[in-house]
Design a protein around this ligand. Structure first.
Ligand code: TMP
Ligand code: MG
Length: 289
């Protein structure tokens, strides 16, 4: 059905269930389908050329417009909070206030740096960020078949939009909900707009007023792509889900987190830097025969 599922990076706890969901997604047809995806480390790569690829925040944090002193502070915050974010032994309740702390401190520091709206394109092009292999097929397929792509990100909206734009795949079927920068009349960053989105509040609570999922209420078939345990709630605001397939990228601390990921995601992709599995499933669902 989907040869990509035979890849060595793929782990599935209940193969028959997954086959059943994929069959149903195809039966329901393209007009019922929507894709909901995280951005950082899901659509973008975790590693590239033997190094870590930057997240949308880290593209800013490491850029030339940040003072050396602030760069050091932002790195210290990353080294303190990131292990907490991915710690399999802490509950989400424990992590939530700490993530609010992390994001707030980063946004505060960034807002003191006189970052200019006009600098973002160059900051992105110099950053070394990469989308996962196969991104063009993914974006092109969804656009061709008019399947809405909802990007739900705790990263920085202005930065991730620029990444997609520079990759020439920012099509009309894409909607983004993320943390957006607020600039003054001179185009200088003053603050971030609310509500604050962090790894563990990606649910309906930050979508109030967007009406996005209500407008797509007939799209009851969902493919969800994420890399964090916080991404599992991204579709909670969809009014009536009939079939949902959750695909999770397990990038880091693979052995420690495997059990939790297998229990939560239908398909787990271990150290897989490609979108091949998602593309294979979409090819099967979207094309005739
Ligand atoms: P998301 O991928 O769930 O949207 O979350 C964004 C990621 O960004 C999350 O894994 C933490 C990471 N991050 C940084 O790399 N640097 C930062 O300064 C902050 C606040 C978050
Ligand atoms: Mg992510």
């Amino acid at each position: 059905m989907v040869p990509e599922l035979e890849s060595a990076t793929v782990r599935i706890l209940h193969p028959e269930r997954v086959t059943g969901i994929i069959r149903s997604l195809k039966e329901q047809g393209t007009s019922k389908l929507q894709v909901i995806s995280d951005f950082d480390m899901t659509l973008s790569r975790f590693g590239c050329n033997g190094r870590r690829c930057p997240t949308s925040h880290n593209i800013l944090n490491d850029s030339r417009v940040i003072s050396e002193d602030s760069k050091r502070k932002l790195k210290d915050l990353l080294h303190y909070y990131y292990p907490i974010e991915i710690d399999p032994n802490r509950t989400l309740e424990e992590k939530r206030p700490l993530m609010v702390e992390w994001w707030s401190r980063v946004h505060e520091l960034l807002s003191q740096q006189s970052i200019r709206k006009g600098d973002i394109a160059q900051i992105v092009s110099e950053s070394g960020v990469m989308l996962r292999d196969g991104f063009k097929e993914l974006f092109d397929q969804l656009h061709k078949y008019n399947v809405p792509l909802f990007i739900f990100s705790a990263g920085v909206g202005d930065v991730l939009e620029e990444i997609i734009r520079q990759a020439n795949v920012f099509y009309s079927n894409i909607n983004v909900v993320s943390n957006y920068m607020d600039f003054d009349e001179n185009g200088v960053l003053t603050r971030f707009k609310g509500p604050l989105i962090h790894t563990y509040n990606k649910n309906n609570s930050v979508l109030q007023g967007t009406e996005y999922f209500q407008e797509l209420s007939t799209r009851t078939s969902i493919i969800l792509l994420g890399d964090s345990m916080g991404d599992l709630t991204m579709a909670d605001g969809v009014p009536s889900v009939e079939n949902i397939l959750k695909i999770g990228f397990l990038n880091d601390k693979v052995e420690e987190r495997r059990g939790k990921y297998l229990g939560a995601y239908d398909i787990v992709l271990e150290r897989d830097e490609t979108l091949d599995v998602a593309n294979g499933i979409l090819r099967y669902i979207l094309t005739e025969t």
